[in-house]
Ligand binder design. Structure first.
Ligand SMILES: Cc1cc2nc3c(=O)[nH]c(=O)nc-3n(C[C@H](O)[C@H](O)[C@H](O)COP(=O)(O)O)c2cc1C
Length: 206
C-alpha cells in the first residue's frame, strides 16, 4: 500500500526550503503527496519566477525543483479540494510537513480552521497522532504567533523554525547550504536519511 508523506507548501517566504525538502524525500525514495496553497503560488512565482498550476503541476514541479521527476513517487492534490484523500484520517499518510509554514497556516492548523486541504490534512495527521512537522517563517513574531506554535507543539507537532545553523558550513556558507540545513533538520524530524548537511562531530573549526 502506498504510504506517502503529505508535503504542504503554504504562502510564507521560503519556497526554496520546500524545494530542498522535496528533493531530499525523492532522493530517499519516499512517496510524496503535494498540496500547494493559493498564497504559496504567489511566493513560488515571486521567489522562482515560475508558475505553479494545478493543471500542469508535474511540469511546474519539475521546473521548480530543477530536475526530472521520472522515478519519483509523487501525487498532487489541489488545495481547494476538501474531498481529496489527505482530508480523511483513513487515508494512509505517514505524516505531514508544512514547509514553509505561514503564520496564517499555523493559526489555522492550531485552531482547527481547515480553511483548505493543507490545513485540514495537517489537522487530520495531528489527530491520528502521526508525525507532523511545521517550519514557520516569520520575524519578528507576535504573542498570537507564539501561542499558535505552542498549541501545535502541545498537539504533537514538531515546530522547526526556518532558522539555519551556520556551523559546519564555515564563514562562507552559501544560501543553498543554509537552505539545506533547514530541509535536513526537517528530514531528521521525519526519520528520513539524507546528506544535506555535515553533522557536528565535536571538532571546532573542522
Ligand atoms: C511574497 C509574499 C511573501 C510572504 N511572506 C510571508 C512570510 O514570510 N511569512 C508569513 O507568515 N506570511 C507571509 N506572506 C503572507 C501569506 O502569504 C498570507 O498570510 C496568506 O494568507 C497565507 O495563506 P496560506 O497559509 O493559506 O498559504 C507572504 C505573502 C507574499 C505575497
Amino acid at each position: 500500500m502506498r504510504n506517502p508523506w503529505i508535503v504542504g507548501v503554504s504562502g510564507a517566504s521560503g519556497t526554496p526550503y520546500a524545494a530542498a525538502l522535496l528533493r531530499g524525500l525523492f532522493d530517499a525514495g519516499e512517496s510524496v503527496d503535494l498540496v500547494v496553497s493559493r498564497a504559496a503560488r504567489l511566493t513560488i512565482l515571486d521567489e522562482t519566477g515560475a508558475a505553479f498550476r494545478d493543471a500542469h503541476w508535474k511540469d511546474d514541479l519539475s521546473r521548480w525543483l530543477g530536475r526530472d521527476l521520472d522515478g519519483a513517487d509523487v501525487a498532487h492534490w489541489p488545495a481547494g479540494d476538501l474531498a481529496a484523500g489527505p482530508s480523511s484520517g483513513s487515508y494512509p499518510a505517514r505524516g505531514m510537513v508544512v514547509v514553509p509554514a505561514s503564520t496564517a497556516a499555523c493559526a489555522g492548523i492550531a485552531i482547527g480552521l481547515s480553511k483548505d486541504l493543507l490545513q485540514r490534512a495537517a489537522e487530520v495527521n495531528l489527530k491520528e497522532r502521526r508525525r507532523v512537522v511545521v517550519v514557520p517563517r516569520e520575524t519578528p513574531v507576535t504573542r498570537s504567533h507564539l501561542t499558535h506554535l505552542i498549541a501545535l507543539h502541545d498537539a504533537g507537532a514538531v515546530v522547526l523554525p526556518a532558522s539555519p545553523g551556520f556551523y559546519g558550513a564555515g564563514a562562507g556558507a552559501s544560501a543553498q547550504q543554509l537552505i539545506d540545513f533547514v530541509a535536513g533538520k526537517a528530514l531528521d524530524a521525519l526519520g528520513v536519511s539524507h546528506t544535506l548537511f555535515r553533522r557536528w562531530r565535536g571538532e571546532l573549526g573542522s
